[in-house]
Write a protein that binds this ligand. Structure first.
Ligand code: MG
Length: 258
């Protein structure tokens, strides 16, 4: 009795194994042939929003020495407060991931564009709007997380006045030819408080209040500017990582390149 029970399944199992083995041996691993450099090992920040080990720290809560005009702002208790001028990074950057934390004033005053207005200017001329848009109506392409006068955010995810908020911005600088012709537009992705609100948006040019967007040739690497719009917006924990694409060598290229 026992031997019958064992024999029948064994035949079935054997057949199944044979089919599986045939398929396994028929599979061939796909290889692109591209020779990739090994990605750099980078220790991430301890908590979300913390700078990774190789980040450029632009403001860690202690001083604004990395910024032109930094002396015009107030620094206290680990944050900076917008005062009498814009501030601009002393260094310039090309393509990057930028982390910024901000809080619009807890004491609400003004309305529309006059309430908690500041801004993060990528390449010194493309503004990601900072505004208190919590229950504060204004034109949609001028509300918080808009690419000013070009693209409203896909959602309004503002926190209440006085609460800390995050921007994680991915920026690809535009490229221009020698003759000033635009070869590739600037590209911006904005994640506001963890929500994608601008997705790979193609900038139409500089963001202006009084005229349509237009491009003017500029070097690929430019500073970052934070706006003084007369409202005491707070900033903290500002850092960036420049983007360095991984470039592989296609078959044949590795010989030429080495
Ligand atoms: Mg602004």
């Amino acid at each position: 009795m026992l031997s019958k029970k064992v024999t029948l399944p064994a035949v079935v199992v054997g057949a199944v194994l044979a089919v599986v083995a045939a398929n396994v041996f028929a599979l061939q691993e796909y290889k692109s042939g591209i020779v990739w450099p090994e990605p750099k090992v980078v220790a991430p920040g301890e908590k979300p929003g913390d700078p990774p080990a190789d980040a450029v720290i632009l403001f860690d809560g202690t001083d604004l020495s990395k910024w032109k005009g930094g002396e015009n702002w107030e620094v206290k208790d680990g944050y900076a407060v917008v005062r009498k001028s814009d501030i601009t990074t002393k260094d310039s950057f090309g393509d990057y991931q930028l982390h910024v934390e901000f809080a619009t004033p807890e004491k609400v005053s003004g309305n529309g564009q006059g309430r908690g207005n500041s801004g993060v200017f990528l390449a010194d001329r493309y503004e990601v709007q900072v505004l208190d848009s919590y229950g504060n109506k204004t034109y949609f392409d001028g509300q918080c997380a808009a690419l000013y006068k070009q693209s409203p955010p896909m959602a309004n995810v503002c926190r209440k006045p006085g609460e800390w908020q995050t921007y994680d911005i991915v920026f690809e600088a535009p490229r221009f030819g020698e003759d000033g012709k635009l070869l590739k537009p600037g590209i911006v992705t904005v994640i506001h408080n963890g929500v994608v609100v601008q997705n790979h948006f193609e900038l139409q040019g500089g963001t202006y209040f009084d005229r349509p967007a237009s491009y003017e040739k500029h070097p690929e690497r430019q500073p970052i500017r934070l706006q003084n719009h007369g409202n005491p917006v707070k900033y903290r924990n500002i850092w960036l990582r420049e983007l360095t694409p991984i470039v592989g060598k296609k078959p044949g290229e590795e010989k030429k390149g080495s």
